[in-house]
Design a protein around this ligand. Structure first.
Ligand code: WTA
Length: 631
């Protein structure tokens, strides 16, 4: 696998990847362990879509994450695990230990009857067993579906049902900052409605008392008694499914994005090595939760494939105080630090007193992911954390892309605040106008599409291929549509401007407005609602909900609380609206479509210049909404 070291080399590699994509990716894939080589590198069309990388090849990603490294790295640390409470002892896990733990747990899964192709739901906090769980599934060819442990029972149930999981891996509870979360209780509530779940394995973390259903529930540590570490990796097809990860779209329920084994593996390592420029012996830390794609690709798979040492952190950036990230950086002498703009903004707001006590002199590269980074946050990060000597890689990508697509290569690409800069080799971005015409040249703006497959592109949405086609491949013929708006400046640098669909990005979490609306509408007093995003200083975007009630309620504050509780119950706390405005009507066109443009403007505080409202059924509604707008 090529490690790019200079800008000229980047340009040559990029050209190669466009002129001969198959040759290019075959070269990158050489260094992996394959049980059977491919008969063809790529077979694709975006129309159905049908995309296959490393056709007919067989491998196992965990053999490449673990077995492959043991001769040189058995005693190297794979993970430093840092607990939520800084007073608790950290755990160091070597490649050998991780290998043993994974193999042992693989045998537990097999004993429970889990087979290749079965779906296993993982609903766990950020403890080492979480990484073990993913890898153990992958080792036997079972498909993992990790659900972020902040989602509600209802949201979890929906995800388990959608892909008919046979098993749930979970914990008794979770520590998150000052809070203890009753994780197992959420699982119990969820699987009351999930008949496909035959077994639940519970890892003890908080010692919170839990109810164990005989015949279904067992404890992790008890399962491991007398289990062998002998567990050869199953041979899985390059195009066999590796995992499902649910994510929000602009319509309907969250969809299960499916990634397959071979291409994802090659791309995860390629991007990890090249974007972050990881060097042997360095310590990498991605602060994401494994429940999101960033954690899948850059806590678990990418770093392990590259044989890296990384930090896995259980807690939150603000506990016990806002210096926690920086304390951890110093503690483990972190060289590469990868976080989200929302965290940077929150820590910036907390003030420099929380940064000053720490040296931060081990840092060499900083990364950003999940949402557009505003110039102010970029500058603060650069100055106060990177001390103006660490390149910042602003990495643009999505759950559907599996890995980073547009980003500087650390120390190689010249950066520009707010810009994800240039596409990685293998990635061919184009900007299109509303009519689907490709916009050529520089100094232009449009909808961001990709015109050629890269190895870790989404293969399907679980159980509903047509939805995948509709969502990503039907808007513009022969292009993958990202849902993002983008500017390409005079230098050909890309700057992502944000979603152009009805998805909002709250603290780096993707939330579909339709999902929030349907949760709000569950409240007995709500007839209809409309949800939009608005700029928020810390979260990037906040959630603004307009609601119509059946009965006029005098106790608006109480109603607000009930709605927040409803949303928390149906989706989870991350989807709680920041603002709720009770309205008597919504701006609808004569055909009944809500004019969200107007609602967005009002939410942004733009109360005049609302544009043409003449096509509205009742333009007076707008005046009322403006009059009642929340600050
Ligand atoms: C946004 C997270 C600007 C974008 C990896 C995308 C970004 C969505 C950036 C995907 C970035 C992610 N600059 N916007 N560097 N990275 N986004 O699926 O709108 O959770 O479509 O994947 O986040 O979010 P997802």
């Amino acid at each position: 696998m090529i490690r790019i070291r200079t800008l000229e080399q980047y340009q040559t590699e990029y050209q190669k990847s466009v002129n001969d994509p198959e040759g290019f990716w075959a070269e990158q894939a050489e260094s992996f362990r394959w049980h059977t080589k491919w008969t063809q590198v790529l077979d694709w069309n975006f129309r159905q879509p049908d995309i296959k990388w490393f056709v007919d090849a067989k491998t196992n990603i965990t053999e490449n994450c673990l077995d492959r490294h043991l001769p040189q790295r058995a005693n190297q640390i794979a993970f430093y695990w840092e607990p939520n409470d800084p007073k608790e002892k950290q755990v160091e896990i070597t490649y050998q230990q991780l290998f043993d733990d994974v193999c042992r747990f693989t045998n537990v899964l097999k004993k429970k009857g889990v087979r290749k192709g079965d779906r296993v739901c993982i609903y766990m906090p950020m403890i080492p067993e979480l990484a073990v769980a993913l890898l153990a599934c992958a080792r036997i060819g079972a498909i993992h579906s990790v659900v972020f442990a902040g989602f509600s029972a209802n949201a979890l149930a929906g995800r388990i049902q959608d892909c008919s999981c046979c098993m749930v891996l979970t914990s008794d509870g979770a520590y998150r900052g000052a809070k203890d979360i009753p994780v197992k209780q959420v699982v119990d509530e969820a699987i009351a409605e999930c008949p496909t779940v035959k077994n639940v394995i519970v890892c003890k973390r908080t010692q919170t008392p839990v109810v164990m259903k005989p015949g279904r529930d067992t404890f992790w540590h008890e399962e491991l008694v007398d289990v062998s570490t002998n567990s050869p990796a199953e041979s899985v097809g390059s195009e066999d499914e590796l995992f499902i990860l649910y994510t929000s779209g602009s319509t309907g329920k969250p969809k299960g994005v499916v990634h397959s084994c071979g291409g994802y593996m090659v791309y995860a390592q390629y991007t990890f090595q090249n974007v972050f420029q990881y060097n042997e012996g360095e310590v990498f830390w991605c602060t994401a939760d494994i429940g999101w794609i960033t954690g899948h690709s850059y806590i678990v798979y990418g770093p392990l494939l590259a044989g890296a040492t990384s930090v896995m952190f259980e807690g939150v950036p603000t506990f016990p105080d806002c210096g926690r990230f920086w304390q951890i950086v110093d503690k483990y002498k972190v060289n590469i630090f990868y976080t989200a703009p929302t965290a940077i903004r929150a820590l910036e707001a907390a003030g420099l007193d929380f940064v000053m006590p720490y040296k931060l002199d081990s840092l060499r590269v900083l990364g950003s992911v999940g949402e557009p980074i505003n110039v102010e946050a970029w500058e603060w990060y650069n100055k106060n954390i990177g001390k103006e000597k660490c390149p910042i890689v602003d990495t643009w990508w999505q759950t559907e892309t599996g890995g980073i697509l547009i980003s500087p290569l650390a120390g190689i690409t010249e950066t520009k605040p707010g810009f994800a800069t240039l596409p990685l080799p293998g990635v061919q971005p184009v900007l299109v106008d509303e009519k689907g015409q490709i916009i050529e040249g520089n100094g232009v703006e449009g909808n961001l599409c990709i015109r050629f497959p890269w190895p870790s592109i989404i293969r399907t949405t679980y159980g509903d291929h047509e939805r995948c086609r509709q969502n990503y491949f039907a808007t513009y013929a022969d292009l993958y549509f990202t849902g993002d708006g983008c500017r390409r400046d005079e230098d050909g640098y890309y700057r992502i401007t944000g979603r152009v669909d009805d998805v909002i990005n709250v603290s780096g979490h993707r939330i579909g407005t339709a999902e929030v609306e349907s949760a709000i509408n569950m409240h007995v007093d709500v007839v209809e609602s409309a949800v939009v995003g608005y700029p928020h200083d810390i979260k990037g975007q906040g959630i603004y909900a307009y609601i119509i009630c059946v009965n006029e309620r005098a106790d608006v504050e109480q109603l607000r609380k009930e709605i927040l509780a409803e949303v928390t119950k149906i989706i989870g706390p991350i989807a709680k609206p920041d603002k709720i405005q009770v309205v008597r009507g919504l701006p609808k066109t004569r055909s009944g479509k809500i004019m969200r443009r107007i609602l967005r403007k009002v939410a942004e505080g733009e109360l005049s210049n609302l544009g043409d409202t003449s096509t509205l059924l009742d333009p007076a509604v707008v005046d009322e909404i403006v009059a009642g707008a929340l600050k």
